[in-house]
Design a protein around this ligand. Structure first.
Ligand code: SF4
Ligand code: SF4
Length: 197
């Protein structure tokens, strides 16, 4: 296989809406940091809920992650600058640090590391990357992989926390839910963030 070395093309595509997908997940603590920075800079910054679970015991929506609401005009992250790229580089969310590696949901409580095909570098090298095994992917994205691992680890801890709360009958997550009911709960129920230290 031809040697691949990932180099970000700094195209900024991943900081913008791609194919109508808003894909910048962030944990509540990351959201708090960015909200503070946005306040100081006078930037309009909003988040929307991303990964949520309905707790049918307490009539609550449990929020695990949010997503950055993209700017209406630029369709990009409000922290993206056309000239300088990311303006919160030091504190950007784990998902941004790990990209183009991302977490793919495999079932309700399990995620795995995957390569996002929407990245321009990935798209340009897709045929070669498709043939790469896991060890090779780790090598190609050597700087991003530890961040993706940290992202996955954090995600796993949060899923374990939810399962433990459920085991102790403190919450109950609905496994089967009709879309209409879910939408009703989203409108009516209070929110509770699920976080870990
Ligand atoms: S925080 Fe930075 S890297 Fe992440 S989407 Fe926004 S501009 Fe891009
Ligand atoms: S889409 Fe890929 S190549 Fe472009 S800035 Fe994002 S990570 Fe870099």
């Amino acid at each position: 296989m031809t040697e691949l070395n990932y180099t970000c093309q700094k195209c900024g595509t991943c900081c913008h809406e791609i194919e109508f997908k808003k894909r910048i997940p962030l944990y509540p603590n990351e959201a708090d940091i960015l909200i503070e920075i946005a306040k100081k800079r006078g930037i309009a910054f909003k988040i929307i809920e991303d990964l949520v679970f309905p707790d049918i015991l307490n009539n609550k929506i449990l929020v695990v992650t949010y997503k950055i609401r993209l700017d209406n005009e630029t369709h990009g992250c409000p922290f993206y600058d056309a000239k300088n790229g990311c303006t919160v580089h030091e504190v950007k969310p784990l998902a941004c640090k790990a990209y183009p590696l991302a977490l793919k949901q495999v079932d309700a409580f399990n995620f795995q590391i995957s390569v996002d095909p929407l990245c321009n570098y990935v798209e340009g090298n897709y045929d070669l990357l498709k043939k790469a095994d896991f060890a090779k992917i780790k090598e190609i994205f050597k700087n991003e992989y530890p961040n993706a691992q940290e992202h996955l680890k954090k995600n796993k801890k949060l899923m374990v926390k939810i399962k433990k709360l459920e085991y102790k009958n403190i919450i109950k997550i609905s496994r089967e839910i009709l879309l209409d009911d879910f939408n009703k709960y989203l409108k009516e129920w209070d929110r509770e963030e699920i976080t870990i230290n």
